[in-house]
Design a protein. Structure first.
Length: 211
């Protein structure tokens, strides 16, 4: 289901990424494209883990999912975000996104990474989905950049530290006039088990844009 590719960045760093294509994919056609950041150490194995949310439903619903692997083990909010503008530019040429913008989402460290890239390049995204995820302090200070992007966050009820951070993020976005939804999932921990791809893509489909 996931096919892996590698691109060499301008400074010579190899960046691997996994791609899930729709069942009816036609090369060169425009599709909604989700940039899905993996959890944990953001390795290839974590791309697989993250795609338990994103992968199968994308194939059925006509979405492209692109999941970058952290080069050299440096996470996408601890230094490897420097490669994301170039990465997105090149992905845009390979998989032209619907309406000229991507959707971004991620699980755990991938959710944190989603806030990092969205605050870096807010004009590139239709939506942000964190399952779970919250902005690091430097990104929290820039949430005013994200008020035009619908932000959806899920966190398990017993994942207390993340609940606190994400509740604060929701409050800040609301105070800024942003479009934000936080769901605290009952009886769930850090890995949210009963959240389905169908539920996530019902939301993602509602955020599709065509400008």
């Amino acid at each position: 289901m996931i096919t892996y590719f590698e691109m060499t960045m301008a400074d010579g760093t190899p960046l691997e990424y996994g791609v899930v294509l729709p069942n009816d994919f036609v090369d060169g056609e425009t599709y909604p494209v989700l940039i899905a950041f993996p959890p944990g150490p953001q390795t290839r194995a974590m791309v697989v883990a993250g795609n338990s949310y994103w992968g199968a439903e994308a194939q059925a619903r006509g979405w492209v999912v692109v999941s970058p692997v952290a080069p050299g083990g440096t996470l996408f909010f601890q230094g490897s975000e420097q490669y994301l503008p170039e990465f997105l530019q090149r992905i845009e040429a390979l998989y032209p996104p619907e309406g000229g913008k991507f959707h971004v989402g991620g699980v755990s460290n991938g959710g944190i990474s989603s806030f990092r890239i969205a605050t870096m390049m807010p004009g590139k995204f239709w939506s942000l989905t964190a399952v779970p995820g919250f902005p690091q302090s430097a990104d929290f200070e820039q949430l005013d950049k994200l008020t035009d992007i619908p932000i959806t966050m899920y966190v398990g009820e017993t994942d207390t530290r993340w609940v606190e951070q994400m509740t604060a993020t929701e409050a800040e976005l609301q105070s800024l006039g942003g479009q934000v939804s936080l769901t605290i999932v009952p009886n769930e921990g850090h890995v949210i088990q009963n959240l389905t791809g169908a539920e996530l893509y019902d939301l993602l489909d509602s955020y599709r844009g065509s400008e």
